[in-house]
Design a protein around this ligand. Structure first.
Ligand code: SF4
Ligand code: FES
Length: 228
């Protein structure tokens, strides 16, 4: 059943049950997203997609909230813009965004000040380089959960990684911090493909960034195959 409602003053027609994000996209209205990915179940973890819905006290995450008939939605009100700016500033103060160009572009767009929360505890982690396919740098992880979801019910059903810890100590990891080869991981690469921040990176890309030449990487890979 089709419903109609107002988004930014424009009359929108959407299917009953459709999210505000889907309805906005179908009608050419841009709402930014970070944790949302078409291939994974939306969990509304980052809140960058919040919008203002008339009659609702709190801003609503457009990636999970359903459109309703006759509602009035503002996707870029002053309150929405302020909330998004603050979310970006908090992200920038807690993690390394250097490999997240889409988020850095959002920071520019919202004039977010990366130094606004200077005393915030930053996520620190050493690069974990324990398998031939990819490296993990959780200082760049924003806990969007995409990698965990594609490793589990949303795609691969491998369950090699999950959340670990609480509060500031929360991180993505393997059970008992095992190395990747010690887990059920089949090196399918889907987690790397959905990571929005470079926290998961193909090994080759990492080695090139470290200054290795393609020839040196080939020699490394050949040696690894011979050892098998
Ligand atoms: S490693 Fe990447 S995909 Fe996984 S939770 Fe962190 S940012 Fe998201
Ligand atoms: S994109 Fe909607 S909460 Fe992250």
């Amino acid at each position: 059943m089709a419903i109609t409602f107002l988004m930014d003053g424009k009359e929108i027609t959407a299917e009953d049950g459709q999210t505000l994000l889907d309805a906005a996209r179908e009608n050419g209205i841009h709402i930014p997203t970070i944790c949302f990915h078409e291939a994974t179940t939306a969990n509304a973890l980052c809140r960058i997609c919040v919008v203002e819905v008339e009659g609702m006290r709190l801003l609503q995450p457009a990636c999970i909230v359903k459109a309703a008939a006759n509602q009035k939605v503002q996707t870029r009100s002053e309150r929405v813009v302020r909330a998004r700016k603050t979310i970006l500033e908090m992200l920038a103060s807690t993690m390394d965004l250097s490999d997240a160009p889409e988020i850095l572009t959002m920071m520019d767009e919202y004039s977010a000040d990366a130094s606004r929360f200077p005393d915030t505890q930053r996520r620190e982690s050493e690069v974990k380089d324990d398998n031939p396919m990819y490296v993990r740098d959780y200082s760049k992880c924003l806990l969007c959960w995409r990698c965990v979801q594609v490793c589990a019910e949303d795609a691969q059903y491998t369950f090699a990684i999950n959340f670990d810890g609480r509060g500031y100590e929360t991180q993505i990891g393997t059970f008992f911090e095992r190395t990747i080869p010690e887990t059920t991981c089949v090196l399918c690469g889907q987690c790397v493909g959905v990571c929005p921040t470079g926290a998961l990176k193909p090994k080759r890309e990492f080695l090139l960034e470290q200054g290795m030449t393609p020839d040196q990487i080939s020699v490394l890979n050949t040696g690894r195959k011979k050892r098998k």
